[in-house]
Design a protein around this ligand. Structure first.
Ligand SMILES: Nc1ncnc2c1ncn2[C@@H]1O[C@H](COP(=O)(O)OP(=O)(O)O)[C@@H](O)[C@H]1O
Ligand SMILES: [Mg+2]
Length: 250
């Protein structure tokens, strides 16, 4: 399998800050694989996600997505790759326009990505694939639960069959049972669509269920990275050990 995402020496220091929020981050992510990024709050996970998706400019390093170096892309050029690179966030309601129904938001994405035909029908199929029946097409973000809204956000994100889906704490605002269901859905979609997932989460026990590989972040650096089973069962790093001990994994 090819590397869909290659991160080389990625550093981001916000203006006025004394030290970088992320520094010299390196990893590769292959198509069809799921890489978990774990670490405590403030370790730089969202900065990494926002840098990769072009929401913030980087300080130095390279981001290679689908064989293109995108690290210096303008917002307009970034827009063109969003068909293949999608992101879901912790608070799905905030990523939807409150005055547009869930279905209409999905239709808008399909239009933006150049799809044509019966877009309403396609949106209903996407909602159904994500566990929401056709009545959700006409519901507004404020009328559904957090879990339902996240399902709709996933339906919208997979509308263009992206090659990479970045999930930044996508299940963190949900209760445990809903979290597990969303993770199963993401795992199924990963298999069906062959997409890669960058799964960012502070909870190592969730990452354990979801990811092929795990990168552990602390203070803006990756302190350990390997296949999930090795990280969970034989962690080398003291911080990784502490994260596992503090989780409710066993
Ligand atoms: N826009 C910003 N301006 C200045 N500092 C920021 C900004 N966004 C994040 N940071 C800082 O970068 C560090 C990493 O934050 P973040 O990436 O949000 O961590 P995480 O997602 O792991 O909780 C924190 O110290 C945070 O205060
Ligand atoms: Mg974060």
């Amino acid at each position: 399998m090819n590397d869909i995402l290659i991160i080389k020496n990625l550093t981001k220091q916000f203006k006025g800050e004394k030290k970088p929020s992320i520094e010299n981050i390196n990893f590769n992510l292959k198509s069809g694989r799921c890489l978990g990024v774990v670490g405590e709050s403030g370790s730089g996970k969202s900065t990494l996600a926002r840098a990769v998706t072009g929401l913030i400019p980087i300080t130095s390093g390279e981001i290679i997505f689908d064989n293109n170096c995108i690290s210096r892309f303008s917002p307009a050029r970034y827009k063109k790759i969003y068909k293949d690179l999608q992101m879901i966030f912790q608070l799905p309601r905030e990523s939807f326009n409150p005055v547009r129904s869930l279905g209409e938001s999905i239709v808008l994405n399909l239009k933006n990505f150049g799809f044509n035909g019966d877009l309403k029908n396609q949106a209903v199929s996407l909602l159904k694939r994500c566990g929401l029946d056709s009545t959700f097409y006409n519901k507004y973000p404020g009328e559904v639960s957090g879990g339902e809204c996240q399902r709709a956000a996933i339906a919208r994100a997979i509308a263009s069959s992206p090659k990479l889906l970045i999930c930044d704490e996508a299940t963190s605002a949900l209760d445990m049972i809903v979290q597990r269901k969303i993770i199963s859905l993401l795992n199924e979609l990963k298999e069906e669509l062959g997409m890669a997932i960058l799964f960012i989460c502070h909870d190592i026990s969730l990452v354990h269920h979801m990811c092929d590989d795990v990168a552990v972040m602390k203070d803006g650096h990756i302190v350990e990275k390997d296949v999930t089973s090795r990280i969970i069962h034989h962690p080398d790093n003291e911080y990784t050990k502490a994260l596992i001990e503090a989780s409710n994994m066993y």
